[in-house]
Write a protein that binds this ligand. Structure first.
Ligand code: NAI
Length: 475
């Protein structure tokens, strides 16, 4: 088996944590039981690009339990948990000397070159007969296949512009080496039945490609299952934003001024958590609806320029770029903490920060750096501007990820087994499946549902067994 992880000897520790996580992931375990005999993913060759954590290990082993062959990479250079990666490679039946699990190409602290090399390894299957499905988080695997196929069609890979981000230059270099006359990427694309996408940012990319007519295969938008974005993005970040801050800095949050940029699902969770710790939270927004929500939830809403000099903690949650610029950082208080929890690292202008004349970067510990300005003031930047909950801590806990990943498995089954029902486009799972995911998590929390009477169901116009809401209902 080909694979590349940091240290296989961490597998035993990883396995113990996977066993603990399984107990906290009732949705995934119920799906394993439900489909044990039917094996709906037999024949599926799934390439996964999603943070290689303990929770993801339970997802991977669920896909395998349903019959799939899998190859995996992380979707961020800092988010791999090395013991999880090792345990997945060794597998429940294997040993360090005789690994029998799943090929993983991921370790914590990859360079960007290594990151894209890993992505390529997981997309190129020995024997050349896979993958036929992608499970993506942020859309990097989908992007590589699409760009490769696009440049093969054009017959050339364009040169990078001088102002292009470093990462784009690395992608173009990789494609220059791998785009071939034999149409390697076009072949890979043609085998893929579909992709299931985990996060807001990846979903944006998919809708854009579909609108531009360049999407090559159907996609299920897992993010917009209610049991994903209204749980993982909100309650997951409510937990892991504090975890990231604590593990990185252990600064007391109570009494501090915290700015949360963006009041979408992630921003709502972060603002709530910071307030829970006793911080005075200020929100920035561009959308009047979300700004009004933040105001009615009791937060001051203003612009970053107004408060940049008084805040102690900054968290960007927008999925947009250039939210905190170098000029902003130059105006911050001494030892202000600057962090991002959105998917990509361009929410904070790290390149601009590095270009400030005389600025000095010092590593406090991996993924925690001070940047000292020529006047002696410094700021603390977490995870080099990448998503701090996975860079400085271990991401969301198992229970919330069970909701997200149960949607992922159901979406993989949908696309793989009913491919002909999904012409190229971007789809969300039907509401009855969303409700099913929620239902699978109720017992573990001791939730007792009220049952509709027949008359009540008729009165509000729903079936006794659901779905209970119209598709346009907003939770
Ligand atoms: P969302 O679309 O619900 O929220 C983003 C909010 O930012 C919107 O309300 C938007 O109006 C606002 N915004 C956009 N530009 C802005 C600007 N210049 N200033 C202030 N506000 C601005 O998206 P969601 O689901 O909250 O996701 C946000 C990001 O977090 C995405 O990149 C997503 O992929 C990522 N994500 C990260 C997770 C993690 O564990 N780190 C988990 C889930 C999502």
């Amino acid at each position: 088996m080909d694979f590349k992880v940091a240290d296989l000897s961490l597998a035993a520790f990883g396995r113990k944590e996977i066993q603990l996580a399984e107990h906290e992931m009732p949705g995934l375990m119920a799906i394993r039981k439900e489909y044990a005999e039917a094996q709906p993913l037999a024949g599926a060759k799934i390439m996964g690009s999603l943070h290689m954590t303990i929770q993801t290990a339970v997802l991977i082993e669920t896909l395998v339990a349903l019959g799939a062959e899998v190859r995996w990479v992380s979707c961020n250079i800092f988010s791999t948990q090395d013991h999880a990666a090792a345990a997945v490679v060794v597998g429940p039946e294997g040993t360090v000397d005789d690994p029998k699990g799943v090929p993983v190409f991921a370790w914590k602290g990859e360079t960007l070159e290594e990151y894209w090399w890993c992505t390529e390894q997981a997309l190129v299957w020995p024997g050349g007969d896979g993958p036929n499905m992608i499970l993506d988080d942020g859309g990097d695997a989908t992007l590589l296949v699409h760009k490769g196929a696009e440049y093969e069609k054009a017959g050339a890979v364009p040169s990078a512009g001088e102002d292009d981000p470093e990462e784009w230059k690395i992608i173009l270099d990789l494609l220059r080496r791998t785009v071939t006359a034999e149409n390697k990427w076009t072949e890979i694309a043609s085998r893929i039945k579909g992709v299931t996408e985990e996060t807001t940012t990846g979903v944006h990319r998919l809708y854009e490609m579909f609108k531009a007519g360049s999407l090559l295969f159907p996609a299920i938008n897992v993010n917009d299952s209610v049991t994903k974005s209204k749980f993982d993005n909100k309650y997951g970040c409510r937990h892991s934003v504090i975890d990231g801050l604590n593990r990185a800095t252990d600064v007391l949050i109570g009494g501090k001024v915290a700015v949360v940029a963006g009041y979408g699902d992630v921003g709502k969770g972060c603002a709530d958590a910071l307030r829970g710790q006793g911080a005075r939270v200020i929100v920035t927004e561009i959308d009047p609806i979300c700004a009004l929500q933040a105001a009615m939830d009791g937060f001051q809403v203003t612009t970053l320029d107004d408060v940049v000099g008084i805040a102690d903690i900054f968290v960007t949650t927008t999925g947009n770029f250039d939210i905190i610029t170098a000029a902003h950082m130059a105006k911050m208080k001494h030892n202000a903490i600057v962090s991002n929890i959105g998917h990509f690292d361009n929410e904070i202008d790290m390149a601009g920060l590095a270009k400030i004349p005389g600025i000095v970067k010092t590593e406090i510990k991996p993924q925690v750096h001070t940047w000292t300005f020529p006047d002696g003031r410094q700021i603390l930047v977490l995870a080099e501007g990448r998503l701090m909950n996975l860079g400085c801590a271990t991401g969301h806990p198992s229970f919330v990820m069970s909701n997200s990943f149960t949607n992922q498995v159901i979406a993989q089954i949908e696309l793989f087994t009913k491919t002909e029902q999904y012409p190229v486009g971007v789809y969300v799972l039907p509401k009855h499946l969303d409700e099913k995911v929620a239902r699978l998590h109720l017992d573990a929390l001791g939730v007792k549902l009220t049952k509709l009477t027949k008359a009540q169901a008729e009165y509000i116009g729903v079936d006794i067994e659901g779905p209970y809401k119209a598709d346009h209902y907003r939770y």
